[in-house]
Ligand binder design. Sequence first.
Ligand code: KG4
Length: 339
Amino acid sequence: MPVILGIESSCDDTSAAVLKDGFVLSNVIAGQKVHEAYGGVVPELASRAHQQNIIPVVSEALRQASVRVTDIDAVAFTQGPGLLGSLLVGTSFAKGFAIAGNIPLIEVNHLQAHILANFIKEPGVESRHPSFPFLTLLVSGGNSQLIVVRDYLDMEIIGQTIDDAAGEAFDKCAKVMGLPYPGGPVIDRLAQEGNAEHFLFSKPRIPGLDYSFSGLKTSFLYFIRDEVKKEPDFIRNNLNDLCASLQKSIVDILLHKLKKAAWETGIKQIAIGGGVSANSGLQAAVRSEAIRSGWEVYIPRLGFSLDNAGMVAVTGYYKYMAGQFTGLDTVPFARTTLS
Ligand code: KG4
């Protein structure tokens, strides 16, 4: 079985992971605090931080896995989608590593990697994995998609957002309330103490299996603006209820199309992935729908649902087994879809 080094640098996390004997032995992630002051990721700062982090992160991943550079059989890296400058750092590092070790290079689609995170095995950890075909709700800061997964490397997008992603809706609404970036986890925490029925926000009416979150974001913004005019302390006085109601709206939107997709495809194996899959409201809603509809639900643990290289290494493994390698002339793509 090949030993794979995975590299992830699509946004603001620099990550490296080692997969050996089918197990992810290390998954080191360096976040970037520099963006907090700006309320969002600043692309130029992200690429510079990746440059500083990449070598220490890879060294630490090799150390934790007790693997030497010369033990690596192939290097897999995130080719896109993501921020071009950030992707370039991981891509260039992976190319250099492949040349130095004279080993194959494997390009990995970030979205595919989020889905294949469901197949990560860790030593000493019991894990369940979906069987094919399964349906994935992939929700992150950049994506909201419904995907039918027929095999490890055979996936089809059947619905996606026509504007903002779910994570963006969380982050932008958090910014409106003066909460720090990334807003999703903060809203999730504050929502625990709030009444989700207190405020009602507009829901999109989009045909088919596509999503839309820009209407919700705008209605939230206008609502807050009008209420703050009447009551300057409105946000502070209602913070928990605002977070709970907003979270419920986003979760309802996500679940509505997930149920429709499950019903239309007849698939009952359901996986959720991407950063927003960590949301406690979404997890609870999917699990209770699972009881009602007889679904089997799969959610990677937190370290593998946010951006991480473990998912890149496992995708690299399946591509290695399928003989899908790439040349040194490969380039990153800011926008790519699942082929
Ligand atoms: O997958 P990810 O780490 O990065 C990409 O966008 O690729 O996802 C980050 C997104 C951010 O928008 C963040 O606010 C959101 O995931 N997020 C959450 C939670 N944890 C992370 N959103 C809602 N609830 C959470 N607990």
